[in-house]
Design a binder for this molecule. Structure first.
Ligand code: ZN
Length: 286
């Protein structure tokens, strides 16, 4: 089995996880969870999302979280702090709060894009262009949602995903993440899609964002690693979901992936016992 020596894990629990919880989580609790993850050695973390608070009230403290974390956590100089934004307005708010890396989400499925960010794919790309132009120094990760299937339309053709990747590269995004938003991919599909992308984009370093709805999250990750894709987004405690995608459940749990990789001798740079503490804390408070 050909596997990498190291895997880069990106924690998305405070964004993908919290956004899906209807009961209000106090800002201080969110910050305590983030701090606990930083202690475990997380190198990159999505802190929150700058969305319309009427759509997702849980995220209304986005600016507060960013300001406080950036102020209190300067010992974590090498950590990349990011936030999700769905449009130009979100990018402006994120930048003002101090965010220098965004995850900009567009769905490969036009229908999910309409449900999720209330616009057409073209409108989303127009805003992406505007963000790139307004903030040349902002690091942009394009997250292609529903890249492996859509809760409304079913299959999403690979040609459509390729079209999205090409458009993203044309808009000069720095990174691209491929999301199985509702966790319907299987290992065979992941292998097929990624082998095509590997051939077409050679050394471009994609990120994978997989959900675990069918219990195939780790299996899908393993075959992705075999294809040479070793940037993986996960959420502590297996939190996660999409408020605008019926059936979307948790991401792969960060601690589960780290546990598997460490046992296989693959380095993540994370402290598993501290991660388990973070996960236990999440289960206690949320
Ligand atoms: Zn997700």
């Amino acid at each position: 089995m050909k596997l990498p020596d190291t895997v880069h894990i990106i924690e998305v629990g405070p964004r993908d996880g919290f956004q899906n919880i209807n009961t209000w989580i106090p800002t201080e609790t969110k910050i305590a969870v983030i701090s606990s993850l930083l202690k475990a050695g997380i190198k990159e973390i999505e802190l929150t999302s700058f969305v319309n608070p009427q759509d997702i009230p849980q995220m209304k403290d986005a600016a507060e979280i960013v300001v406080q974390i950036l102020r209190e956590c300067h010992e974590y100089k090498n950590v990349e702090f990011s936030a999700l934004v769905p449009n130009l307005k979100g990018a402006e708010l994120a930048w003002e709060a101090g965010i220098r890396k965004i995850t900009y989400v567009i769905s490969a499925s036009w229908r999910h894009n309409r449900e999720n960010v209330k616009r057409t794919i073209k409108e989303s790309f127009n805003d992406l262009e505007a963000i790139r132009k307004k903030y040349p120094k902002l690091k942009i990760k394009l997250a292609i949602a529903t890249a492996f299937g859509c809760p409304f339309l079913g299959d999403v053709p690979l040609a459509q995903v390729i079209k999205m990747i090409d458009a993203g590269l044309e808009s000069r995004v720095d990174e691209i993440s491929l999301a199985d938003t509702i966790g319907i991919a299987n290992p065979e599909q992941i292998t097929e899609v990624l082998s095509v992308l590997k051939k077409r984009y050679q050394d471009f370093d994609f990120i994978l964002h997989l959900h675990d709805a069918q219990g195939m999250g780790l299996d899908n990750t393993l075959v992705a690693l075999q294809q040479g894709f070793n940037n993986i987004e996960t959420a502590v405690g297996g939190l996660g979901g999409c408020p605008f995608a019926p059936g979307a459940v948790g991401n792969i749990a960060t601690e589960d992936l780290v546990n598997m990789l460490e046992q296989m001798g693959i380095k993540t740079g994370l402290d598993l016992s501290q991660l388990l503490e973070a996960s236990a804390f999440v289960k206690k408070v949320i």
